[in-house]
Write a protein that binds this ligand. Structure first.
Ligand SMILES: Cc1cc2nc3c(=O)[nH]c(=O)nc-3n(C[C@H](O)[C@H](O)[C@H](O)COP(=O)(O)OP(=O)(O)OC[C@H]3O[C@@H](n4cnc5c(N)ncnc54)[C@H](O)[C@@H]3O)c2cc1C
Length: 323
């Protein structure tokens, strides 16, 4: 083949791929997106999942998942991989490590353009971009991110083997991850703003009976300090306003999450927390666009709830296509 012929051949292939119109494009390959992909591709709807980062979303950040029914305690990445393989076995296409530049939701054919110039068209879109850990936004946090401050015990716990760490937060993630950190750290101090925890009772009891964990209640971190790496944090005791210093090698922050919906501002209806507003069938305010998982307006965020949402959004999209 001559140079010109092969260029023409390549161009034709690229154009024909770009011309393909998927029945469903799913944005995000976490628990919600992979479940939606399993349902729609099994229903013989051509499905493409576009994912920023690694497939599995927050599941791959979770050391152990012990509350997914029917699956004995498992590693988060293993559950994610099983879901991915299941979706692929039904013909679902998954493109990971992509970056979305632009959405166009008008009309019957929706378009998604990636930063590398590729454009994908879908008759329906299911948005499942999930969320990410929330920051404290205090002095020194930006400076020590990655060199003492972490938001993922699974990812960074072993860097603190034989060291002392602080955990910020009082929900399930904070208490469960504090217990997980005792595998590595010699001492874990949980700093929490209230006088009680908002976690499940069994998580509280696990943390309380662990001899390596101690608690500083009704207190908030005010700053992170150190020369080249994190050396100490300042802590305010809220009832008295007293500020004290606590030496630490690392701090893990588990104070909730932020939805990954920045790129959707102005495209679909979001609430004041930037969560996607949906109805009970998980339809957004834009026809043919659905949303599922941690990114939507809801109270409880778990793998099971993300999976349930992915199912509902997929069935709603299928019904929309039938009609
Ligand atoms: C430390 C930790 C421990 C947890 N432990 C448990 C547990 O034990 N049990 C439990 O049930 N739940 C647990 N959870 C919660 C659970 O993991 C989540 O509720 C669930 O995985 C959310 O799934 P999701 O698909 O909605 O979102 P995510 O898992 O956040 O997935 C979203 C995906 O979309 C991608 N994405 C984001 N923006 C874009 C974009 N613009 N374009 C394309 N892709 C995008 C992301 O990279 C990600 O892959 C834990 C969470 C954390 C952080």
């Amino acid at each position: 083949m001559h140079g010109n012929d092969s260029q023409f051949f390549l161009k034709t292939i690229v154009l024909s791929v770009m011309d393909e119109i998927f029945d469903v494009i799913v944005v995000g390959a976490g628990a919600a997106g992979l479940t939606a992909g399993i349902y729609t591709s099994r229903a013989k709807l051509s499905t493409l999942i576009l994912n920023e980062g690694a497939v599995g979303g927050q599941m791959v950040l979770t050391e152990e998942i012990a509350n997914y029914p029917g699956v004995p305690t498992t590693k988060g990445y293993m559950l994610a991989n099983t879901m991915k393989q299941q979706a692929k076995s039904f013909g679902c296409k998954i493109k990971s490590n992509v970056k979305i530049l632009r959405y166009s939701f008008e009309g019957k054919e929706k378009e998604i353009e990636l930063t590398d110039g590729r454009i994908f068209k879908g008759k329906t879109i299911i948005l499942t971009p999930g969320g990410r850990p929330r920051s404290l936004n205090i002095e020194g946090e930006e400076l020590f991110k990655g060199s003492g401050i972490s938001y993922c015990a699974t990812c960074d716990g072993d860097f603190f083997t034989g060291k002392e760490v602080v955990v910020v937060g009082g929900g399930n993630s904070a208490l469960e991850e504090a217990v997980a950190l005792t595998t590595f750290a010699t001492r874990v101090t949980i700093v929490h703003q209230f006088d009680h925890f908002q976690a499940f009772e069994h998580a509280i009891q696990e943390a309380k009976k662990n001899p390596k964990i101690n608690f500083i209640m009704e207190s908030e971190l005010r700053g992170f300090f150190g020369k080249e790496k994190l050396e100490k944090v300042s802590v305010e005791h809220l009832p008295t306003g007293n500020i004290s210093e606590l030496k630490t090698d690392g701090t893990f922050i588990f104070i909730g999450y932020q939805p990954n919906t920045e790129s959707l501002v102005g495209m679909i209806k979001l609430n004041e927390y930037n969560e996607i507003v949906v109805d009970t069938d998980l339809k957004t305010n834009v026809e043919g666009v659905f949303a599922a998982g941690d990114c939507i307006t809801k109270k409880y965020r778990q793998v099971t709830t993300a999976v349930a949402d992915g199912t509902i959004a997929a069935l709603s999209a299928a019904e929309y296509l039938r009609n």
